[in-house]
Design a protein around this ligand. Structure first.
Ligand SMILES: Cc1ncc(COP(=O)(O)O)c(C=O)c1O
Length: 370
């Protein structure tokens, strides 16, 4: 039986090939490759999509985080509160900005940071909260914003896995000071290389990030600040503009697939398996469809033997990473994040998956979970 991949970027390309090929050809013919009209158009289109006034293209989601933190004035001496359970780049960005991450534990239902723990984690050095909308599920942004406003903290949303997800009808990235997107190829809106973007309603912040992404220079050979080289290129922007036009349709397909898993697990009476739960009033975009089970490793091995690719995101918590353990840092115990690291398994949920394949994956998963 052909292997079922976790994501199928070839299938997606084939479904939009004429549009992509035309966009790439347009850029090649233009001779303009870095920060040109395609990037400017993508910035306008992504800002409109996310419901923010500004967007600034950068070279990666990691850079979007680092430059947002720096533009918010967060650096040495500052603490940034974030989740104990995310991709490493979340914590790395805080350290690259010169600040110290402070980890809080997660809520089991979404694996996102537990907003109830934020207030206790705040000290006089806390300058920001960095919530991550993990797997495409929005954090409890109303509660995050309440704490941030009460304690005068900046909020930088890590939306790398969650473009388009909503809470109360508002898209993630539009709640805080800045929302950080990743265009890594496997993301819901993925380019054909690295890329990222910051969305914000704050014109000064947008301007500052524009400066930092281009060697601190708004005017040729005049460097007002110490910046970096983090520019989005025209080929990526042209590809992403095509894909953005399809994003809502793909998100609907991901949501349909998530629903199909729910129904299939009920049909196959999957015991001891927890599927993802949506926060009331929020809509997830299912970057990953992540189940939890104490028999995670057995399920993974069974699916692997049946040619079904799955992913453990993530096998360890952020504070347990050697690179962070060496630095130290302050955080309370994070037993729920540790349990998640032992139990999570992400199943294929990409838009091009067919419902009969989902049923096959769910049946194999339910069998292994018993
Ligand atoms: C939660 C999270 N934050 C940040 C990043 C970093 O994005 P990028 O790979 O574009 O630098 C990623 C992507 O891998 C991510 O999943």
């Amino acid at each position: 039986m052909p292997r079922i991949p976790l994501v199928d970027l070839q299938a997606q390309y084939q479904s939009i090939k004429p549009e992509i090929d035309a966009a790439v050809a347009r850029v090649l013919a233009s001779g303009h490759f870095i920060l040109g009209p395609e990037v400017e158009a993508l910035e306008r289109e992504v800002a409109a999509y996310c419901g923010t006034r500004h967007a600034v293209g950068v070279a990666s989601g990691t850079d979007a985080l680092v430059l947002s933190l720096r533009a918010c004035g967060i650096g040495p001496g500052a603490e940034v509160i974030t989740t104990a359970f995310s991709f490493f780049a979340t914590a790395e960005a805080i350290l690259l900005a010169g600040a110290a991450p402070v980890f809080v534990d997660i809520e089991p239902a979404t694996c996102n940071l537990d907003a109830d723990q934020l207030a206790d984690a705040v000290t006089s050095r806390t300058k920001a909260i960095l919530p991550v909308h993990l797997y495409g599920h929005p954090c409890a942004m109303d509660r995050v914003m309440d704490v941030a406003q009460a304690r005068r903290l900046r909020v930088i949303e890590d939306c790398a896995q969650a473009i388009g997800a909503t809470c109360g009808g508002q898209r993630v990235g539009a709640f805080g000071d800045a929302g950080c997107l990743s265009f890594y190829p496997t993301k819901n809106l993925g380019g054909y290389g690295d890329g990222g973007m910051v969305v914000t309603n704050d014109p000064k912040l947008a301007e500052h990030i524009r400066l930092l992404r281009a060697h601190g220079s708004a005017q040729r050979y005049h460097h007002a600040a110490l910046g970096v080289n983090s520019r989005l290129d025209e080929l990526q922007a042209a590809v992403l503009r095509v894909k953005l036009r399809h994003l809502d349709r793909w998100t609907e397909a991901r949501r349909r697939n998530a629903e199909a898993y729910r129904a299939a697990f009920a049909r196959h009476s999957a015991a001891g398996l927890e599927g993802p739960v949506e926060r009331p009033g929020c809509q997830a975009v299912y970057h990953l469809y992540t189940i939890r089970s104490p028999k995670r490793d057995r399920i993974h091995d069974t699916l692997d033997s049946e040619s079904i690719e799955t992913q453990v995101a993530y096998p360890g918590t952020l504070p347990s990473q050697p690179a962070l353990a060496a630095i130290g840092g302050r955080h309370a115990p994070v037993p729920r994040a540790e349990e998640a690291a032992r139990q999570v398994l992400s199943l294929p949920v990409y838009p091009e998956l067919t419902l009969d394949v989902i049923d096959r994956i769910a049946a194999a998963t339910a069998r292994a979970a018993r």
